[in-house]
Design a protein around this ligand. Structure first.
Ligand code: SF4
Length: 634
C-alpha cells in the first residue's frame, strides 16, 4: 500500500512531532493552528502592529510578517515589542526570500523564520543545468554552507523554522534534476532538512504550496510518504498559494487544504486570499474546526488494504461514456428543482439558462447545468437543447432528453437498452447488477459523517470489481451557513475530483440554487477538471506589494472575466511574483511603485509599464496572442 495517511476509512490525524513557536505548539496533540500574514509594509511599525492585532482578534494564532531586507528584519523588534506591551503574545514569523542575512537577524527577534528552499541559497534564472552526481553534491555543499549559519542561530535562540517549498519557485538546480514536479518540491525541502538534522535541529515545519490544487495535494501526500519512509514526522503547514479572492478563492483553498485535512494531514493552515488578512481567519477556522468535531461514532467503513490507483498523480478514473457522461466528457453538473411543484422557464435562470420570450431564444451561460432533476414534477415548456431532464421513475416512457432515475429497490425495472440513472448509497452493493446494466449511470449519495472517505471507498470498490459505469457524486447539505456549505462541499466533492473520481456533481442544500450552481462549477474549476471561467492567480499581498492588489484584481476581473479558461496571474512584486504565478498564461507583476511588467507565460513581454494604462496593455497582450474575445461574442 502506498501510505500517505494513517487511514483511508476513518478520520485519524497523522502523528507529527510538536514544534513550539513561542508559546504555541504546532503538531503533536495540538489543535490545527490558524495563521495568516500581514500585508502592510514591514517598515510601517504602527500599521503592522494594528493589522496584527486585527488578525489576532479574529482568531489568528500565528502572525507572519515579510522581512525582505535586513532593515525590515530589524524592524520586527519594535513590532514585536509593540504587540507585547499591548498584551499580545501571539508568536511572530519572519517571511524570508532571497536574503539569508535578513533571516539571521529575524531569527534572533521572532519565534519562527520561514525560508523558501527555492530561493534561500539560489537566485532563480530559469536556466537548466546538466548536473553529474558529483557536481550536484557540490551544489548541495554550497547550500549547506549558506544554510548552516541560520540553523545555528535558530538553535541558539530557540527559534522554529518553516521550510516552505512553493511549486512556482523551485530552484534551477531542483528543476534541472527533478523537473517542475511534486517530487521536485519534496526533494527541495528534504535537502534542507537533511542539513538541519546533521546538527540535530528539528524545530521544523514543512509546507508544499501550489496554486494548482492537484499538484499541491500530490506534493503533500508524497512528502508524508517520504517522511514515513525516512522516519521523519515534521508538522505540516497547509496552504494553496495565490488562491484569489471571494468565493473562488475560498473554494480553491478548501479543495486543496480540505482534501488533506480529510485524510488527517495538516497541523496548521493558512488560507491565502486577495483580501484583508483578517478575512482569512474565519474561513481557515471553519475548515479546521470540522475536524475538531469529528467523532468515532460514525458507521465503520470496510478497510482498504490496497490503493488501486496512483494517489501521487492525477488520473481520471476510466469510465465508459454513456450519453454525454463519463469517458473523456467533462464532469457534468446536475441542478435540482424537485422541491418545486410547478416549474416555470424563469426557474432555469439560476442554472445558467435565460429565456428571452421576444427572441424565443435561450441564452446559455458558461455556468449552465447539463441536467436538471425534477423529481415527480413535470415541465410544460420546451427545454433548451443542451439540457437533459432527470425524472423519478414512474413506470411511464420518458420523452426525448428525459431520463428516469431508479432507486436500488427498483433495480429490476431498469431497462438494459435505455440510458437511465440509478441512485444508491455508499454502502449499497449494486456492483453485481451493474455488470448487466451497460446504459446505467450511477448517482452516488452518502449520509456518512465522513462522506469523502465513504464515497472514495465506493469508487475503489468499482475499480476492484471492474465497474466502468459513470458515477455522479451527489451530496446534500442542510443546516449550514453559506461559508460552511461552500467550504465543506468544496472539500468533499473537490477531494474526489482531485483523486480522479466522479463524472459529475449533484450538489443540493437549503441555500439559494444559483449559489449552489456557482459552487458546483467552482469546485470543478478549482479541481481543474472542468474549466468554465477565467482563472485568477492573485497573490494575497504582503509588505512587498507594489500596488493595491484588491483594487487591481477587481479592475482586471471586470474586463476579463468572460475569457473562459484563460489564467491570469496578478502578483504584487517582481521578487516572487513571476515564479509564484507558475502556470498562468499572462502575468501582471509589480516592478516598482507605479509600474508593472507584463508576462506571457514566464517571459517578460512589457517592462515598467505605468499602472494607469496597464490593464489596457494587458488586454492588448491577450488580444495579440489570440486569446481575446469581445464580451458580447462569448
Ligand atoms: S508575490 Fe505578492 S505575496 Fe508574494 S512576496 Fe510578492 S507581493 Fe508578497
Amino acid at each position: 500500500m502506498q501510505v500517505y495517511c494513517p487511514s483511508l476509512t476513518q478520520y485519524q490525524r497523522w502523528e507529527t512531532r510538536c514544534v513550539m513557536i513561542g508559546n504555541v505548539g504546532v503538531g503533536g496533540d495540538n489543535p490545527i493552528r490558524i495563521q495568516s500574514m500581514t500585508t502592510t509594509n514591514t517598515m510601517d511599525t504602527e500599521g503592522t502592529i494594528a493589522q496584527s492585532i486585527r488578525m489576532i482578534e479574529a482568531g489568528c494564532e500565528i502572525v507572519r510578517i515579510t522581512a525582505p531586507s535586513i532593515k525590515d528584519a530589524k524592524n520586527l523588534k519594535p513590532i514585536r515589542d509593540g504587540l507585547r506591551t499591548r498584551g499580545f503574545n501571539t508568536p511572530l514569523v519572519a517571511d524570508i526570500h532571497f536574503t539569508p542575512n535578513a533571516a539571521a537577524v529575524a531569527a534572533t527577534i521572532v519565534e519562527k523564520v520561514r525560508i523558501n528552499p527555492g530561493n534561500y541559497a539560489d537566485r532563480k534564472k530559469f536556466e537548466t543545468h546538466d548536473y553529474s552526481d558529483q557536481s550536484y553534491r557540490e551544489e548541495l555543499e554550497r547550500v549547506r554552507d549558506k544554510f548552516m549559519p541560520l540553523i545555528r542561530i535558530c538553535k541558539e535562540n530557540g527559534t522554529a523554522m518553516r521550510i516552505g517549498t512553493n511549486h512556482g519557485s523551485l530552484s534551477d538546480r531542483i528543476m534541472s534534476r527533478y523537473g517542475d514536479t511534486p517530487l521536485g518540491m519534496v526533494e527541495s525541502a528534504l535537502e534542507f532538512i537533511r542539513i538541519a538534522e546533521e546538527v540535530n535541529y528539528n524545530d521544523i515545519i514543512l509546507s508544499m504550496k501550489a496554486s494548482n490544487t492537484q499538484v499541491m495535494v500530490q506534493a503533500y501526500r508524497l512528502l508524508v510518504k517520504t517522511m514515513v519512509d525516512e522516519g521523519m514526522n515534521y508538522p505540516l503547514h497547509l496552504g494553496v498559494t495565490e488562491a484569489g479572492e471571494a468565493d473562488d478563492g475560498r473554494i480553491k483553498s478548501a479543495v486543496g487544504i480540505g482534501t488533506l485535512l480529510e485524510d488527517g494531514l495538516g497541523d496548521t493552515i493558512r488560507v491565502s486570499l486577495t483580501e484583508e488578512p483578517e478575512a482569512e481567519i474565519p474561513i481557515a477556522s471553519i475548515l479546521a474546526d470540522r475536524y475538531e468535531q469529528k467523532n468515532d461514532g460514525s458507521r465503520p467503513l470496510p478497510e482498504i488494504s490496497r490503493i488501486p490507483y496512483d494517489p501521487f498523480f492525477h488520473t481520471r478514473l476510466n469510465t465508459k461514456k454513456i450519453f454525454n457522461i463519463g469517458g473523456d466528457e467533462v464532469p457534468r453538473v446536475i441542478g435540482d428543482l424537485s422541491d418545486k411543484a410547478f416549474i416555470h422557464y424563469e426557474d432555469l435562470g439560476q442554472f445558467g439558462y435565460l429565456y428571452s420570450p421576444n427572441q424565443d431564444k435561450w441564452h446559455i451561460s458558461d455556468l449552465a447545468i447539463d441536467f436538471l432533476y425534477i423529481g415527480s414534477n413535470s415541465i410544460d415548456f420546451e427545454i433548451p437543447g443542451t439540457l437533459g431532464i432527470i425524472q423519478e421513475y414512474q413506470g411511464t416512457t420518458p420523452g426525448k432528453k428525459y431520463f428516469q432515475l431508479y432507486t436500488v429497490k427498483q433495480l429490476d425495472n431498469i431497462p438494459v437498452d435505455k440510458v437511465s440513472f440509478l441512485t444508491c448509497g455508499d454502502s449499497d452493493n449494486v456492483f453485481p447488477n451493474l455488470k448487466s446494466l451497460p446504459n446505467c449511470i450511477l448517482i452516488l449519495d452518502t449520509d456518512h459523517e465522513y462522506g469523502y472517505s465513504a464515497q472514495r471507498r465506493f469508487f475503489i470498490e468499482c475499480i476492484e470489481q471492474g465497474i466502468t459505469n459513470p458515477v455522479i457524486i451527489k451530496r446534500f447539505y442542510t443546516g449550514y451557513t453559506k461559508d460552511e456549505l461552500l467550504l465543506y462541499s468544496a472539500t468533499d466533492l473537490g477531494a474526489l475530483q482531485v483523486d480522479g473520481f466522479g463524472d459529475g456533481v449533484w450538489l443540493n442544500s437549503d441555500h439559494d440554487k444559483g449559489f449552489i450552481n456557482e459552487i458546483s462549477f467552482g469546485i470543478l474549476q478549482a479541481s481543474r477538471t472542468r474549466i468554465s471561467k477565467t482563472e485568477y492567480i492573485s497573490c494575497p499581498s504582503c509588505g512587498r506589494t507594489l500596488f493595491d492588489l484588491q483594487e487591481t484584481t477587481a479592475k482586471i476581473r471586470a474586463r476579463t472575466d468572460h475569457l473562459k479558461g484563460v489564467k491570469i496571474g496578478i502578483m504584487g512584486c517582481i521578487v516572487n511574483g513571476p515564479g509564484e504565478m507558475a502556470d498562468a498564461d499572462y502575468g501582471y507583476v509589480g516592478t516598482s511603485p507605479g509600474q508593472i511588467s507584463l508576462y506571457k507565460g514566464q517571459d517578460v513581454v512589457g517592462k515598467n509599464i505605468d499602472v494607469d494604462g496597464a490593464v489596457d496593455s494587458l488586454i492588448q497582450l491577450i488580444d495579440s496572442n489570440g486569446d481575446w474575445v469581445e464580451p458580447g461574442d462569448v
